[in-house]
Write a protein that binds this ligand. Structure first.
Ligand code: HEC
Length: 142
């Protein structure tokens, strides 16, 4: 009787062990997949990657974060399509035209609660297009 119970017990241990190991395995695979997906979504094209390089070369990243955290200027995460209140009280939606204007004439529309410290940038058209794509990609990810 005792022998039977002991062997049933062992089978139970083995089954639970196998179940737990597969859970761990599939759980890890799932998390690895999720991470890859988000990375792909963020930089799924050459242009956005070029934009990221331009933002580093031009030093934009010194003041603009790309992950939503605080910086000297507004974060670029979720920037495109976001509404911003200006110092003058008007509300602006960040779109391509405003992005371009912010580059060449940043003090024309001053985002409220940020300092007027951004200098004017006269970049090549292909650099601006790349920056815009980078900003768009950053606005797609959650
Ligand atoms: C010295 C810090 C600094 C640097 C460097 C800088 N910015 Fe800015 N930027 C700011 C600040 C501060 C604001 C918000 C105040 C304003 O509207 O000028 C801003 C605003 C902006 C806006 C408007 C964003 C919004 O949410 O309304 C855009 C677009 C922008 N910057 C793009 C750039 C790009 C592209 C570069 C690099 C080529 C760059 N910035 C470099 C400080 C900086």
């Amino acid at each position: 009787m005792n022998l039977l119970v002991a062997s049933e017990r062992r089978w139970l241990d083995v089954t639970v062990g196998v179940l737990l190991s597969s859970l761990l395995l599939f759980g890890s695979l799932y998390i690895i997949r999720l991470n890859n997906d988000s990375r792909e979504q963020q930089f799924d094209n050459e242009l956005a990657m070029r934009g990221q390089r331009v933002s580093t070369e031009q030093g934009c990243v010194a003041c603009h974060t790309v992950d939503g955290s605080l910086g000297i200027g507004p974060s670029w995460k979720g920037m495109m399509g976001r509404t911003e209140v200006m110092r003058s009280g008007t509300v602006v939606t960040v779109d391509e035209a405003y992005f371009r204007e912010s580059l060449t004439d940043p003090s024309r529309k001053q985002v409220a609660s940020y300092p007027n410290v951004m200098s004017r940038y006269f970049l090549e058209e292909d650099e601006i297009v790349a920056l815009l794509e980078f900003a768009r990609q950053l606005s797609l990810v959650e």
